[in-house]
Design a protein around this ligand. Structure first.
Ligand code: PEP
Ligand code: MG
Length: 325
């Protein structure tokens, strides 16, 4: 199997009916970037910056952050990299920051909420990113955005940092795209607005499912209570794919679901064309892509979704469908 997947490294990810599927990597440490060449991925769809902060002994300085991002860009060359601003809080604790006493940390003061309430931290990170990406394209993505206004405020901070650097004679990135993680369900009800405001969207299915079904993503006892292939979840994904496509906003899936072949096949049927996943998932997902017809999957999942009025999972139907390929 491993050798078979390795042989697919340079094979373009095209379905049998020639639909192009973008396969990108999730990364967080410099060492993860070595998988780029090994897997033949098209770029880094999600770079989780908090990992560097979590393994450090103290808060990385502005200069250290800039050096780190320069190393990321040096390692990725011309391939696109989407860098996510600090997603701390919840289960991601920085050892050198005072722990907060929160009843529900996953629903607490975390990610973009900290970034907007204490903009100094976010500003330092954004400035380091803008400087590191001098003269090259930069893609920044904000985590845990719950309202369009949170995104426009974050964008305002980026604009101010850009203006500051310009005034001081720095070379800016050649292009700066700002994206939003779709992982808080409230965004599903502002999906047109956020798709119009943001340059791109990326579905964080780990948190989206956690909040949609009120199931702690790390609690084994409740993990099996829902299936991301059930009608409700599939319809939530469909709304995102449909609306983003209608508005012309590029959308990727970067949660774990995008790295599981059966689930990814379903998401292709719902209209998603770009996925970001762990390195080990690229081979199996690419093998699946090569074996399917996107149009056939679309028709199948539409029919099954129309029938799934009781909220049941499409897993067994999709499994039989996939086995017949
Ligand atoms: C997600 O929530 O799906 C996601 C990609 O982000 P993280 O797993 O880092 O929360
Ligand atoms: Mg998340």
């Amino acid at each position: 199997r491993q050798a078979q997947y390795r042989a697919l490294r340079d094979v373009p990810a095209l379905t049998r009916d020639k639909v192009r599927i973008g396969l990108h990597l999730n990364a967080g440490l410099l060492i993860d970037l070595t998988h780029l060449a090994e897997t033949g991925a098209e770029g880094i769809g999600l770079f989780r910056t908090e990992l560097q902060f979590m393994v450090a002994q103290r808060m990385p300085s502005a200069a250290e952050q800039q050096t780190l991002y320069e190393s990321v860009f040096a390692a990725t060359g011309d391939l696109p990299v989407t860098i996510r601003t600090l997603d701390i809080g919840g289960d991601k604790i920085l050892p050198y920051m005072p722990a907060l006493e929160e009843e529900n940390p996953a629903l607490g003061w975390r990610a973009i909420r900290i970034g907007l309430d204490r903009p100094a931290l976010l500003r330092v990170q954004l400035r380091a990113l803008l400087k590191a990406a001098a003269g090259r394209p930069l893609r920044i993505m904000f985590p845990m955005v719950a309202t369009v206004e949170e995104f426009t405020r974050a964008r305002g901070i980026v604009d101010r940092e850009k203006a500051h650097l310009r005034r001081h004679g720095y070379v800016l990135p050649s292009d700066c795209k700002l994206g939003v993680m779709v992982e808080v369900p409230s965004l599903l009800f502002q999906i047109d607005e956020i798709a119009r405001e943001a340059d791109f969207l990326s579905v964080g299915s780990n948190d989206l499912m956690q909040f949609l079904f009120a199931v702690d993503r790390d609690n084994r006892r409740v993990a099996d209570r829902f299936d991301p292939l059930c009608g409700a979840a599939m319809r939530a994904f469909r709304v995102i794919a449909d609306r983003a496509t209608a508005v012309g906003c590029p959308v990727t899936v970067c949660g774990e679901i995008g790295g599981r072949p059966l689930e990814t096949m379903a998401l292709i049927g719902l209209g998603f064309r770009n996925f970001s996943m762990s390195p080990a998932a690229i081979g199996p997902v690419k093998a699946m892509v090569l074996s399917i017809e996107a149009e056939e999957v679309r028709a199948f999942i539409e029919t099954e979704l129309a029938k799934a009025t009781d909220g049941a999972s499409l897993r067994s139907a999709l499994t039989s469908f996939a086995k017949a390929k």
